[in-house]
Design a protein around this ligand. Sequence first.
Ligand code: ZN
Length: 157
Amino acid sequence: MDTIRSGSSAGAEGQAAHSRGTGQPDITERLRSAGLRPTRQRLSLGALLFDGNDRHVTAEMLHEQAVRESVPVSLATVYNTLHQFTQAGLLREVAVDGAKSYFDTNTSDHHHFYVEDEQRLVDIEDGGLVVSGLPRAPEGMEITHIDVVVRVRRSKR
Ligand SMILES: [Zn+2]
């Protein structure tokens, strides 16, 4: 999986949005305070992502939405931008299986149901799952967070 790790390497993929009318001052602000330059593409994708609702999207889902809403970005750009947002702490990546990552706009600690037949992630409500008996982290390390994905499917009756 190729990940662009440096938030400062984005100069090649779009100019800074100096022009007014790109909208969403809150998204500009959000990007800036996360240390990301508010390029046009980051602003466009940020506006799709941070629409006020908690969302779980894959790169493919966000790209499809961008195409539907006439935002001209490639899947590769969507992918890189999602990873940059994640590195900057604006998103949390939830790995569901080796091939597929979901990006969560809710970066707080929480767990998920994965609805297998709909390929959809759903938050488990606070207190709905308690993880206990954690191992001690290896020498010199600390646990950062714990992701639990509970896989579900429609029950057959
Ligand atoms: Zn979530």
